[in-house]
Ligand binder design. Structure first.
Ligand SMILES: [Fe+2]
Ligand SMILES: [Fe+2]
Length: 183
């Protein structure tokens, strides 16, 4: 099975060993469902939401359902929140959380390498969004091609980000539930 973010369909079987004891449906009711896990989910929800908002705004703009004067500042605001927030969040995961989690479950180490690689791939997508956004922000408001370019990039990121977040949850939450790490 492919591990690349672009074509992956989920974690491979060897990385799903803990998931058998801690299936996703049972996470929330688990007594180990800590504030740390809730915080993790709230961050993931926020990034999914920002992607969805940017996508909706661009679609509304292309359908002429939004005031063109308002589109650009709104887009800039959401895009800055997404790009800056995700960049910083990946650093916190790579530098702070992942190294602590790997030592708890060394058999899952390869999973953390995959997530780390995902972060690099996502950084490339964020750069592509920044470039497409800049083109659109400098283009006249009726330039459909520029808006379609930005929409294409954000849609692609949304799909890849969703894959990454889902797999990351399935790798990490069972480790946190098993070891009761909090804070
Ligand atoms: Fe991540
Ligand atoms: Fe995450």
């Amino acid at each position: 099975m492919t591990e690349a973010l672009e074509t992956r369909e989920g974690l491979s079987e060897p990385l799903r060993v803990l998931l058998k004891d801690y299936p996703r449906e049972a996470w929330e009711a688990d007594p180990g469902f800590s504030q740390l896990i809730q915080f993790w989910f709230s961050r993931h929800a926020m990034f999914r939401e920002l992607c969805a908002r940017i996508t909706e705004l661009l679609e509304a703009h292309l359908d002429k359902r939004v005031d063109p004067q308002l589109m650009k500042p709104h887009h800039t605001r959401y895009a800055n929140m997404l790009l800056g927030g995700l960049h910083e969040y990946h650093h916190v995961e790579d530098d702070h959380y992942f190294p602590k989690l790997i030592v708890l479950e060394e058999k899952l180490e390869h999973g953390f390498e995959i997530l780390d690689r995902d972060h690099h791939d996502l950084t490339e997508r964020l750069e592509a969004i920044a470039a497409a956004s800049n083109v659109m922000l400098q283009a006249p408001e009726d330039d459909r091609e520029a808006a379609e370019g930005a929409l294409k990039e954000i849609s692609r990121l949304g799909r890849l980000l969703d894959r990454h977040l889902w797999d990351e949850e399935e790798l990490i939450v069972p480790v946190l539930l098993k070891h009761g790490m909090d804070g």
